[in-house]
Structures are given as C-alpha cells and as structure tokens.
Design a protein around this ligand. Structure first.
Ligand code: HEC
Length: 278
C-alpha cells in the first residue's frame, strides 16, 4: 500500500512538473513545497533545513550532539580571519559586497542583469579577489569554503530569497537547472529527483535520502566522510559519482544552474550554514 501511495505521488509530482509547460518558477516552488509537506507531514516546514535529520529522529539526536561542538568551528574562525584580511591593495572582501558582506548569503545565487549570468556566493568571492588583483581560489574546499562558511554564518536565520526575474536569460538558466535536476544520468541512469524527490525518506544502502527542499540552506558542510569542509558543488560531485556519471565542473554553468534551481526551491527557509553531515 505504501508503495502504491508513493507511486501516485510520484506521478502527481512528475505530471505537475511536466504537464504545465508554462509552469513559472513560482508554480514549481508551490508544487515542490506541497509535495514534501504531504510526504513528511510530521516535519515542520522550517525543519527541512536539516536534511535527513528533519525526517529521521533516530540519527537526529546524535547529530545534535555533534553540532554542540561543531567540527567546522576552526574553519569558521579561519573564514572570518580571511574575510577580514586586507588584499595587497589594502581593501577587503567587505568592499565588494552589499552590507559589507554580512547577512547576505540568503540572496545568493542571484541573476546579474549586467552580465546576464547567475552568480553564486563562491563565484562572487572569486570575482572580488580578481577585481582586487588577487588570484582566484579553487572552488571545492579550503579557503573558499571557509570564507563562504563565515558569510553564511553571518546570514543564519535570514530567509532564503532567490529570485528568478522576468528576464528570458534568467528564466533560461533556471530551466536548465530544473532540467538537470530531473535528467537521468550515469550508468545507474538516475536523476537527482529519483533519489531526493521520489525516494526521499527511503534508504539507499546505509543512507536515508534527504528531501531536496532545503538542500542549499546549510552549506558549506563539514562531512565526516571528507574530514573537512566542502562546498555545495563538491557535494554535487559526490552525488554524480554515486550514479557513476562524470561530474560537471565546480562553478561551471551546469552546477550553477542546478544550484539556482535548488536554491529557488528552498525559498522561505532559513539559512543555517555551515552545517555538519555524515
Ligand atoms: C543514487 C541516489 C542519489 C542521486 C541520484 C543523487 N543523490 Fe544527492 N545524496 C545521496 C545520498 C545517499 C546523500 C547523503 C544522504 C542525504 O543527505 O540525502 C546525498 C546528499 C545530497 C546533498 C546533501 C544533503 C544535505 O543535507 O547536506 C545534496 C545537496 C544532494 N545530495 C544533491 C543532489 C543533486 C543536486 C543530485 C543530482 C545531480 C543528487 N543529489 C543525486 C544520493 C543521491
């Protein structure tokens, strides 16, 4: 019976996403939210920021204990130091961002009208460096993850508000991200949606699958599997490898579009990054 119920929901969600050819990002957001609220009626909406722990009381307790002495603390301190350290020209990161870079992560990624591109926070950090004559940092871990963690930390509690404006270039990037999210890939021929929508709450090997809603709220993440902090695009790599697909490039157009889609689907939830995960 449970299987049957799930199948009906799956068909419901797929057709909701595909039947409305003209579905706007706002329509998608409603469909997404309603789906997870029905699938996990015991999870209060804002708790979806906690990934699997929002749906699995058994592992939650252990995780809450870990968060009391968070393994990302040293990275966070380092991120703060780097964020405030002057470049060779005397300026700091604060000069590149609105509000000196504090409390703004909830609006990333955003569509930049001038360039016609979607800018993630990590891309903005590197753009800041380059405009100040510094070399860009590598994207998946290390200094960039630490700085991003600090910027997310100052944004904790702020509501994710990722806007897809009525501009055909922004819409196209959003649609690309959505397409990637639903596209089957790799030797296992599975999509992000197969695991994180249709099978969210089910187990794959030893792992319970998280709902995709809230996926972007708590990055960068310290994973015990990594033994360090990593960015969202590093996590995307891991999921691509799981289905034996070739990962895309961190901060390349595919993952940027995917992040734009996933972040928009997390609108209305709080930023709680950085976080810790298995
Ligand atoms: C074969 C199943 C599978 C597929 C397909 C898959 N993932 Fe995952 N993903 C996992 C597992 C297992 C985890 C770790 C448990 C969890 O948090 O869901 C995970 C974790 C994640 C996380 C971290 C969640 C958190 O709370 O920190 C993100 C983000 C994510 N996946 C995004 C994606 C995206 C985007 C795609 C498509 C490119 C994708 N995944 C495809 C299995 C999958």
């Amino acid at each position: 019976m449970k299987k049957l119920l799930t199948a009906t929901l799956v068909i419901g969600l797929c057709s909701a996403f595909t039947a409305q050819v003209q579905a706007t990002p706002e329509d998608d957001l409603k469909t997404f939210r309603t789906y997870y609220e029905k699938r996990f009626p015991n999870t209060p909406f804002n708790d979806f920021i906690n990934g699997v722990y929002s749906i699995d009381p058994a592992s939650r307790e252990q995780w809450e204990e870990i968060e009391e002495f968070p393994p990302y603390e040293l990275s966070l301190d380092n991120g703060k130091k780097l964020f405030n350290a002057p470049f060779a020209n005397g300026k700091t990161y604060a000069s590149c961002f609105e509000n000196g870079g504090e409390g703004i992560a909830n609006r990333y990624p955003f569509f930049d009208k001038a360039s016609g591109k979607v800018i993630t926070l990590e891309a903005a950090i590197n753009a800041c460096r380059e405009s100040n004559g510094e070399k860009p940092l590598s994207y998946k871990k290390g200094a960039i993850a630490d700085i991003s963690a600090y910027m997310h930390y100052t944004s904790r509690g702020n509501i994710i508000n990722v806007i897809v404006p009525d501009d055909p270039r922004a819409q196209a990037i959003y649609e690309e991200g959505k397409k990637i999210f639903f596209a089957k890939r790799g030797q296992l021929n599975m999509s992000c949606a197969d695991c994180h929508v249709h099978n969210s709450g089910n187990k794959i090997r030893a792992d319970l699958l998280s709902p995709a809603i809230g996926h972007t709220s708590h990055f960068p993440v310290y994973r015990s599997a990594w033994g360090e902090l990593g960015t969202l695009h590093r996590r995307y790599d891991g999921c691509n490898k799981q289905v034996r697909a070739k990962p895309y490039k961190a901060q390349g157009p595919e993952y940027t579009a995917l992040e734009y889609f996933e972040a928009h689907m997390s609108n209305g939830l709080e930023i709680n990054g950085p976080g810790s995960r298995k």
